[in-house]
Design a protein around this ligand. Structure first.
Ligand code: PMV
Length: 327
């Protein structure tokens, strides 16, 4: 258990005199997906994953110590305490709450374009971990905060940095070696396009879906072999800045994930998703270098380079284009 780590955080909490702190963390999109857990409570994954952060798009979280029970607000709206989201947040805060009588007022705002249909739990838990670090003056390095954020949501452990982040699954039972690492890769021409098909909250959370796929051990084993191969190939493509290869591998990895999901009778794609996938492939047949990736939902995230922006937008006029890295 990471009990000693959490105990240390509780006992070393020295709240700022102002009793308030705030922090920003970017959202991230996995190019090699995290899927499956070896430990459900600690969010320890069955495989390594690799993501790109969304630069200035993410969550800003402000935390204030109060002497009333916790109150949470998302984009200015109160989150009722009986919701799953509030319960999950409370459970996470309890991990480091120095005393049971300490309460928090937490305001989170997401600047990911509303209706982008993107999960914000990754940037939310990362921003909250950063804000707690400031509030309690822990002075933890980002890799340690990545461990804390992971306990809120697995993919949050990749949202502590800007750029390409590799989450090493780790081997230890306590999970202290399972966290993100920033890769030394600067690629300002890299673009992510959000193609929104539905902004509805997904019917089946990734948490619930991971439990369902775990009942298909044979397919999970195939996925694990595939993801290892994909990670190796993508890392190679990244270090040689081979965009076509990177796009091809990221798309292959997303399709492999959805094969695993479908084997467990989980279907996140809508007819419009399949149509958009075909449109991406048609773009490539016309010489436009664009690829897609897809998470636990119907929306596609397109991958391309700055030079292809105009051409991609001709085929996807409503695309929300994000530049993850500054020049
Ligand atoms: O961190 P979670 O529990 O939201 O799971 C994320 C799962 C995927 O988004 C599908 C893949 C990933 O690596 O982000």
């Amino acid at each position: 258990m990471s009990r000693e780590f959490l105990h240390l955080l509780k006992t070393q909490a020295r709240p700022l005199a102002s009793k308030t702190a705030s922090a920003f963390a970017p959202s991230n999109i996995a190019l090699i997906k995290y899927w499956g857990k070896r430990d459900n409570a600690l969010n320890l994954p069955l495989n390594d994953s690799l993501s790109i952060s969304l630069g200035t798009h993410g969550s800003t979280t402000q935390i204030q110590i109060s002497n009333t029970p916790d109150r949470y607000y998302l984009n200015g709206q109160a989150i009722p305490p009986e919701t799953d989201f509030a319960k999950r947040l409370k459970q996470f805060l309890d991990l480091t709450r120095p005393k049971p009588e300490v309460g928090y007022d937490i305001h989170t705002t997401n600047n990911i374009p509303t209706a982008a249909g993107l999960a914000s739990s990754a940037s939310g838990f990362a921003a909250l971990s950063l804000a707690l670090n400031t509030l309690y003056q822990w002075d933890l390095p980002l890799e340690k905060l990545s461990i804390l954020a992971r306990l809120g949501s697995g993919s949050a452990c990749r949202s502590l940095w800007d750029g390409f982040v590799h989450w090493h699954q780790g081997q230890n039972a306590d999970g202290l070696d399972s966290h993100g690492h920033l890769l030394p890769i600067h690629w300002p021409e890299f673009r992510i396009g959000l193609h929104v098909i539905s902004d509805q909250a997904k019917a089946l959370s990734s948490r619930a879906a991971m439990k369902l796929t775990a009942q298909k051990p044979q397919q999970v084993r195939i996925w694990q072999t595939q993801v290892e191969e994909d990670l190796q190939d993508l890392t190679q493509a990244l270090s040689s800045r081979d965009f076509s290869e990177l796009g091809r591998i990221a798309e292959r990895n997303a399709l492999r994930l959805h094969e695993l999901l479908e084997a467990a009778d989980i279907h996140y794609s809508l007819p419009e998703t399949l149509e958009a996938r075909t449109r991406v492939q048609a773009c490539r047949h016309q010489g436009i270098e664009v690829y897609f990736t897809q998470d636990a939902g119907p929306n596609l995230k397109l991958l391309f380079l700055a030079e292809s922006t105009a051409a991609v937008k001709r085929h996807f006029p409503d695309l929300i284009v994000i530049q993850p890295m500054k020049e």
